[in-house]
Design a protein around this ligand. Sequence first.
Ligand SMILES: [Zn+2]
Length: 305
Amino acid sequence: MKPCVILFVSSSISAINQINAMNLAMPHKMRLLSNSLPLLLPFLLLISADLLALEVKGKWEQGQLLIGRVEPGSQVVFQERRVRVDEDGLFVFGLDRDAPAKVALTVTDPSGDIEQHQFQVNQREYTIQRINGVPARTVNPPAEQIERIRRESALTRSARSKDLPRRDFDQPFQWPLVGPITGVYGSQRYFNGEPRQPHYGVDVAAPTGTVVVAPVDGVVTLAYDDMFFSGGTLIVDHGHGVSSTFIHLHKILVEEGQEVKQGEPIAQVGATGRVTGPHLDWRMNWFDQRIDPQTLVGPMPRAES
Ligand SMILES: [Zn+2]
């Protein structure tokens, strides 16, 4: 994850050889350094902080959100997408459910030096989930609903494409609802026996009307009462393309444009859209890339009795 750090602190020859083998994936500047490493070693520890052009925290695995830091004023491109870098050099990006095994991150520092990094992404295995008893019209929507479905998915796409200069995503998240987890991220799903899109959220079961709170601060970018598949649908933006989507809601308690604080009531659990019973489906996105919400929160707290 941080090859630079290994480079600067390793002193054995074999470690140096190992690093030389990795050089193809390393920036030019680093390559020169590692060749002259034995001579320079005493000094490297002193100057390494300046040369550490990229710092990334998080796990290189499908479904993860990673937060990085570069020198302020740098440009960052992740997989051909220019990423917002704030005034402190902070940026964020997400690894989709099906992110490839190798991804590229390019940093151009303020002086124009370009560093290309490649990272390995751990590939996950997803479970299969079979859901029966779903209303047939939501599995194979009638022709007259197709236009509506298109319109609604354009609304969610547009809300998730916002790139707002806020950094709520850099705060610790909390569960928006406490209850039994009945569905997990990534599972391949069969509705009434027919294969459909994977499940991108985490499902938490609770009776209709149970309050859902904001998992972290944000601004409401979509509040829509009744979508064909997702029913009551709410999107809260956490900045830099990171957003939470809450679906199947009974009632939405906030309005578009409203600022919400972590822990604040934002909606009520429902059973609207394609569901078999009341639950909250919480999804996380980095633009159109699907993030596993469970990677952002700790274990589910025990329900109060
Ligand atoms: Zn769900």
